[in-house]
Every structure is written in C-alpha cells, then in structure tokens.
Design a protein around this ligand. Structure first.
Ligand SMILES: [Zn+2]
Length: 462
C-alpha cells in the first residue's frame, strides 16, 4: 500500500470524519443523522450506499480527541474499506488534530496488515493507494518505517515454529549486517566456550541448537541503549510440559526477540542518533531425554547458581545470561528487556497494557510517557525488596520460580534483577500484549509487534 501526498485529491472513495458536536450540514448527513446511522459517535461508521463514494466515520467529542483515538478512527474506516475490497481512497483525517500526518499514516499502514502467506488463496489487503492532502513527505516516510518495522515483528511472531526456530532468527538478524550495523552470533560451541549456562540449559531438550545474537547499530554518537528480547521460538514448557490449551500459540514466546530485532532495524532506517543494541537469546524449550529438569542447579553466565523449580520458567534463564552479558560487554546507559514472560501478567493486566518493572525513576517516567504517546502502553508494577524472599533457594543463589503463585510477574522481575548490576534497567512483560486473541483497532489478532513503537518513541525523545 502507498500513501500518496497530493495538493489536490483525486475523485475516489472519500473517508470523512464527523465530530459528535459538529453541525451536520449536508443533505446526506442530515438524512443519516435522522436515521440514527451517523451521529458522530466515536468510531461509528455510515455510508450512503453499498459501494460508497463516501464513508463517514464518527470522531466522538472534539475535546476528547487524541492521537490514539485518531489512530482508532483511522483503523475502523481503513478496515471497513478493506472488507468491501476498495482499491483506493482519499481522506483528510489528519486535519482533525495538529501534526497528525504521521499518526494517521502509521495507523493506516498498521491496519493494512495481513498474514496470508500460508494460504493457497491468501487475500492480502485490497487497498493499493490512499491519498491525503499534504506535502509533509518526512512524516509519511517516518510512519512507513515505524509501521513496517512493527509489521516485520508481527510476521516473525506469526511464523510457525517448525519454520522459525533459532537458526531462522539468526538468518534474519544477519540480513541487517552492513553500514552502521554489526551482527555477532554465538553458536552452540561459542555459548559453551562463553559459559552461557542459562541459554545452554534451556536449549538441552531441543534438536534445534540455541544461539545468542547481538545486533549493534552504532552511529558513533549519543547514548547506548540496549534492548534484550526473549527468543523462545516454541515453549512446550519442557519437562514441566504445559497442558494442551496453554501450549497453543506458544510460537509467540519469541515476541521479545522479534521486537528487539525490529527496533534496531527501525533505528538504523530512521538514523536514530543513539547507539542501539539488540541482544537476542534464542532457544526452543522442549522435553526430551537430554532436557534440563526440575531440581537441576544451573551455573549461569554471571557465575551465580540457579535452582530449577520449573522448566517452564525458561525465559528468565536465557534473559539472565543475555542481560548480564550485555551490561558487562557494552556498559549501556540504558537497558530494556522485552519478554512474554509470565501468564500472571495477563491475569493482572489483560491484553491492554504491558507490565513495566524498573530500578530507575527517570526511565519509568520516560517509558510510561512514550507508551501513552504512541498507544503501545505500559502499566507499572513494583520491583521491591519485600518480594526478594520469594526467590530465595536453600541450596543455590536463587530459585527460578517464586514460592507459591503470588505476584508471579514481579517475582520474575526480581529473578532478573539478580543478573543486572547497576545500569538503569527496565523489564517489560509483554505476555498479554504481544499476541492478541482478538484485534484491538490497528493492533491485529495474533502477533502485534508490541514494544517496537514504544521503543522507537522512547529513542526519538531521548
Ligand atoms: Zn515457559
């Protein structure tokens, strides 16, 4: 799909926004209002015919309009036109708010996403061109890069695990090599040599070798921001095998790695003025005769020991090694990890916000603000001393699972904090937001790319 800036719009299907508290001045609008079909209510849709020349979309109350609400408006109208297979349309929805070209364009690209490549008769979006009245090509280009990077993460997440396993992610990462981007790969032998005990332990049960990849975009200036992404390409639970219904969709357990990789891709394309690093620990968690087991004690990359309680708490094992290595090797100014880490986070926050835990107040403020501004939102959870006892082991430095089921998201964060020394660090649990059971406007069902737009927004404000 192309979004084409024009000084004069062509005569194609038109999308028109209407505020609830605006006058309805044309005959058609007066008629539609009389019938109760268009009153300007938020995201209400109405047309004058089956294949409309005009599609009206309700904008709600003028005073309540925000960039996020505008994204939702764009999404309902765009999807309605996709449904009736419109090929092109024009709109001036970006004039609803100041500086909204990027917002509107981004929402169009994000709403246009489909994943149809495994169907014999796949039906990608029908929409080829959207015309908007602007000459702001820079905002359009930025919107495209942000949305395409997000959709790249969605594609990776939606890929089935018999095709996408650690080696596939390594190959994807290598595609970014060149220019200011350097890719380093630790294969199984290198992981052994480097004593990455956590990554190796989880990888033991699978016929697919684990890997650890660093993608480093270095423009030679700015701060160093590292994103660590959990990359469990399929999570069966391991020896503590998941019950059937909980195993469904566990291909999405690499959503953190998909996000981190997509963030560096976007950072290099947007020429972000900071060094941006993605660290991707990649494994498949399977039960087998060679798998790690409960009661094992694992010596981690950092040297600390972990008493295994449950092999399904594997994400933290690989993240712990990746966090420790990244802090030690790159001394980043800021480190953020993204992980579909705990079912407890879905219980706590549902599918609307990612869980944020951090050791740094400035980072908390900045990330929460970035989330609110781009619609990839966070909700803060504690990471306090009072939870530490829940992770104490009798025979090792730390347990891999909390005692009891209480505060599962926080105790996972506490576990990770054992492997972070002094860097300002945020742990973002995307278990509820990375893979949706139902679409939420421009966020589709299944892989969403949660974290990508949040990180880009954060980097742009830094
Ligand atoms: Zn698991």
């Amino acid at each position: 799909m192309k979004i084409l800036p024009r000084t004069k719009l062509p005569d194609v299907t038109q999308v028109l926004g209407r505020f609830e508290d605006e006058t309805f001045d044309t005959d058609e609008l007066i008629f539609l209002k009389k019938q109760g079909r268009m009153e300007g209510k938020f995201c209400q849709l109405a047309t004058s015919g089956v294949r409309p020349d005009r599609l009206y979309v309700g904008l709600g109350k003028r005073a309540e309009m925000t960039h996020e609400r505008l994204r939702k408006v764009v999404s309902v109208s765009h999807k309605a036109l996709m449904k009736i297979k419109v090929k092109e349309y024009r709109t001036n929805l970006h004039t609803v708010l100041d500086d909204a070209v990027e917002t509107v364009a981004e929402a169009m690209f994000l709403s246009d996403y489909t994943f149809e490549q495994f169907k014999a008769e796949g039906k990608p979006s029908s929409i080829k061109s959207v015309y908007i009245e602007t000459n702001d090509k820079k905002s359009l280009a930025r919107a495209r890069i942000k949305a395409e990077s997000t959709c790249y993460a969605r594609d990776l997440i939606n890929m089935p695990p018999n095709i996408l396993y650690p080696a596939y992610m390594v190959k994807e990462a290598k595609k970014l090599q060149g220019g200011k981007v350097k890719v380093t790969v630790f294969d199984k032998a290198a992981l052994k040599k480097g004593k990455f005990g956590g990554i190796l332990a989880v990888g033991l049960g699978s016929a697919r070798d684990p890997a650890f990849v660093i993608v480093d975009y270095n423009p030679g200036k700015g701060k160093t921001v590292a994103f660590v992404g959990k990359g469990v390409t399929f999570d069966s639970g391991g020896v503590n095998v998941k019950p059937g219904s909980y195993m469904e969709s566990m291909k999405c357990d690499m959503s953190g790695a998909a996000a981190a990789l997509s963030i560096v891709k976007a950072a290099s394309e947007l020429k972000i003025q900071h060094r941006v690093i993605a660290a991707l620990p990649l494994v498949e968690n399977m039960p087998s005769a060679t798998a790690y087991r409960p009661d094992d004690i694992v010596r981690m990359y950092s040297g600390k020991t972990v008493e295994m309680i449950n092999t399904d708490a594997e994400g933290r094992m690989i993240l712990a090694d990746a966090l420790a290595y990244t802090e030690k090797t790159y001394s980043p100014d800021i480190m953020v990890d993204f992980a579909t880490l705990t079912g407890a986070c879905v219980v706590a926050l549902g599918y609307y916000h990612s869980g944020l835990m951090t050791n740094d107040e400035t980072l908390a403020t900045d990330l929460l603000a970035a989330g609110k501004s781009c619609g990839d939102t966070l909700w803060r959870l504690p990471l306090g001393e009072e939870y530490k006892d829940r992770m104490k082991s009798d025979i090792a430095d730390v347990r891999n699972c909390g005692k009891g089921r209480d505060a599962g998201t926080v105790t996972a964060g506490i576990f990770l904090s054992h492997f972070v020394k002094s860097v300002p660090w945020a742990h973002i649990d995307i278990a509820g937001t990375a893979f949706l059971p139902e679409a939420q406007g421009y966020k589709p069902k299944n892989g969403t790319g949660a974290g990508v737009r949040l990180a880009i927004e954060y980097l742009q404000q830094l």
